[in-house]
Design a protein around this ligand. Structure first.
Ligand code: NAP
Ligand code: MG
Length: 489
């Protein structure tokens, strides 16, 4: 239970087109990780009856919504895009204040959100089926796509605009309605997205938001008999529990989870390009991207110059409050996240890796009171160490020396995850081998591991996903069901 500071805004749940408090009257504060004393706003700490109400609203709304022409549903998304574009700075400010990424990155992500809405608005007019020749020459056989019903969406805090939108936009354009539970760290940002849908005139009940803890509202969504499909992005442990709950009651589900993404630097790589991409891929957003680079596998012939240049550049990184223009890297998103990252750093030292830079909360007295961790680089990292195997989700790079490009590839694949991977090389043979043999959903050549385009399929292999894909046209596979139709006069 939080004692409220009255000058700050309290965000309600958004259910059936109305802003309503949780039945309990309990609220939670959303904290600025760059300044732990700053409350960004309050969100509802909801209970299951609040969720029931949202599911009922979504189910009722779906009856009419699914009957609208796709182009009409798409028009609402175009309108929401225009509203979000108009409110871009406000939404980006909420994002930076709630989870710490720099304002420039937050603005970039919000602009991405606008583009996602526009892309899926267009989906309302694209084809969704095939005509298939029947063995009966007098019959017409074709496939059509139908919505699933009410979709439950559970999202993490690291992309609080892009991820909710790349799930909600396709869900609704294909005729579903939505109940979303955003990460508790970024409930205010999600409430602002709901405001954009409201301002765009989306009919009541088409999107609903219920905030609250993962173990109550998240679990409640996973188990709710009124929710026909679940789209989740977050950690592996939570994802698996959601998948099991969905499977047990026959709901469709999609899980996008963690990564331990490698970059391979071949001996013939463009050194500057490789260093810049390693820093950008590994440390932007404070290493809190699911596609962030965390294992840096470097050919022995280029290892020393690469390491030196990397450390020189990292020494110039300014860490601080992401709202300040000259800051390049913000804090970890929460105290819990900071503690996890610092614990992994201690473990790395314990297991015998050599700390080359960083490793601490910045010690300077002029630092804001936030959850900062310095950019950190380890070397002498072996494949069995925790920092080489487990997702840290922080500004920590593990340098691993490879004897050959073959060994580098083998090390890159030596992980239970398979989200993204990149290689820096000028050798076409090495590129092709990497494309063929790297087990990852996203393979990038001479480009950082963290890069996703909204019009292309996105998702992981191995433990990184439930093997479904989202974004681009792949979204139709999850958010619709195929109906095969046979017609004879
Ligand atoms: P998380 O702890 O798994 O939380 C994700 C969401 O699940 C939050 O909304 C959370 O609610 C909710 N949740 C927590 N416990 C739950 C439960 N028992 N049942 C149902 N829902 C529950 O993950 P996170 O720390 O927010 O995000 C970081 C993780 O996301 C990393 O592992 C990262 O790799 C992954 N990620 C993956 C992708 C991808 O596309 N592959 C993209 C971004 C992030 P609360 O916030 O209220 O706890
Ligand atoms: Mg916060």
């Amino acid at each position: 239970m939080t004692v409220k500071n009255d000058s700050l805004k309290t965000y309600m749940n958004y259910i059936n087109g109305k802003w309503i408090p949780s039945r309990t009257g309990e609220i939670e504060a959303s904290i600025n990780p760059a300044n732990r004393n700053e409350v960004v706003g309050y969100i509802q700490d909801s209970v299951l009856p609040d969720l029931d109400e949202a599911v009922k609203a979504a189910a009722d709304a779906q009856v009419k919504w699914k009957r609208l022409a796709g182009s009409v549903r798409g028009d609402f998304l175009y309108k929401a895009a225009a509203v979000l574009e108009k409110r871009l700075e406000e939404v980006a400010t909420a994002m930076t204040k709630e989870m710490g990424k720099t304002f420039a990155e937050a603005k970039g992500e919000t602009a991405r959100g606008v583009a996602i809405l526009r892309y899926y608005a267009g989906e309302g007019m694209r084809s969704g089926g095939d005509v298939i020749p029947s063995t009966d020459s007098e019959a017409l056989m074709f496939t059509t796509r139908v919505p699933l019903g009410v979709v439950g969406i559970i999202t993490p805090w690291n992309f609080p605009v892009a991820i909710p939108l790349w799930k909600m936009a396709p869900a609704i354009v294909y005729g579903n309605t939505v109940v979303i539970k955003p990460a508790s760290e970024t409930g205010v940002t999600c409430a602002k997205l709901m405001e954009c849908f409201e301002e765009a005139g989306l009919p009541p009940g088409v999107v609903n938001m219920v905030t609250g803890s993962g173990s109550v509202i998240g679990k409640g969504i996973a188990e709710h008999p009124g929710i026909q499909a679940l789209s989740f992005t977050g950690s592996n442990a939570v994802g698996k529990s959601i998948g099991l709950a969905a499977f047990a009651r026959g709901a469709k589900y999609q899980l996008e989870m963690g990564g331990k993404n490698p970059v391979v630097i071949a001996a013939d790589a463009d050194l500057n390009l490789a260093v810049e991409a390693t820093i950008s891929g590994g440390l932007r957003s404070t290493g809190q991207k699911c596609t962030a680079t965390s294992r840096v596998i470097v050919h022995k012939d280029i290892y020393e110059p690469f390491k030196q240049l990397l450390l020189d550049r990292i020494a110039q990184i300014k860490v601080g409050d992401g709202m300040q223009e000259d800051v390049w890297m913000g804090p970890c998103a929460s105290e819990r996240q900071q503690n996890t990252v610092l614990a992994y750093i201690s473990k790395g030292i314990e297991e015998g890796a050599r700390l080359l830079c960083g490793g601490n909360h910045p010690q300077r007295s002029d630092y804001p009171d936030g959850y900062f961790v310095e950019p950190t680089v380890f070397e002498n990292v072996t494949a069995d160490m925790a920092i080489a195997r487990e997702e840290i989700f922080g500004p920590v790079l593990a340098l691993i020396k490879a004897e050959s490009i073959e060994q580098a590839l083998q090390l890159a694949n030596d992980t239970e995850f398979g989200l993204s991977a990149s290689i820096f090389t000028t050798n076409i043979g090495a590129m092709l081998k990497f494309i063929q043999e790297m087990d990852a959903g996203l393979v990038r050549i001479n480009s950082e591991s963290a890069g996703v385009e909204l019009q292309a399929p996105f998702g992981g292999m191995k433990q990184s996903s439930s093997h479904s894909r989202e974004q681009g046209r792949a979204a139709i596979e999850f958010f619709t069901s195929i109906k095969t139709v046979f017609v004879k006069s």
